[in-house]
Design a protein around this ligand. Sequence first.
Ligand SMILES: [Zn+2]
Length: 87
Amino acid sequence: MLMFRQRRPGIRTLRGWAISVLQGAGAIRECEIHGWMQDLADPHARERAVAAARQDPPASVPRDEAVAEVKDVLDSIGDTCPECPPD
Ligand SMILES: [Zn+2]
């Protein structure tokens, strides 16, 4: 049975890598209660994450693609946790 074969192998891994780069740079963080990623809206942290992606992309991933993935993850993450009550 090949029903669960991944359609685009590697994408999940690349996204996970991008998230770890963004977390390492302090651009995003995980809600401690619910686990949602939050964009911290820190332009310097974003620059650090993009620079880190450019300098050290994952093996076999083109530099541009690694940087694009980091930006894509940033675009997909909101600046608040959807489950935390608003202030
Ligand atoms: Zn939360």
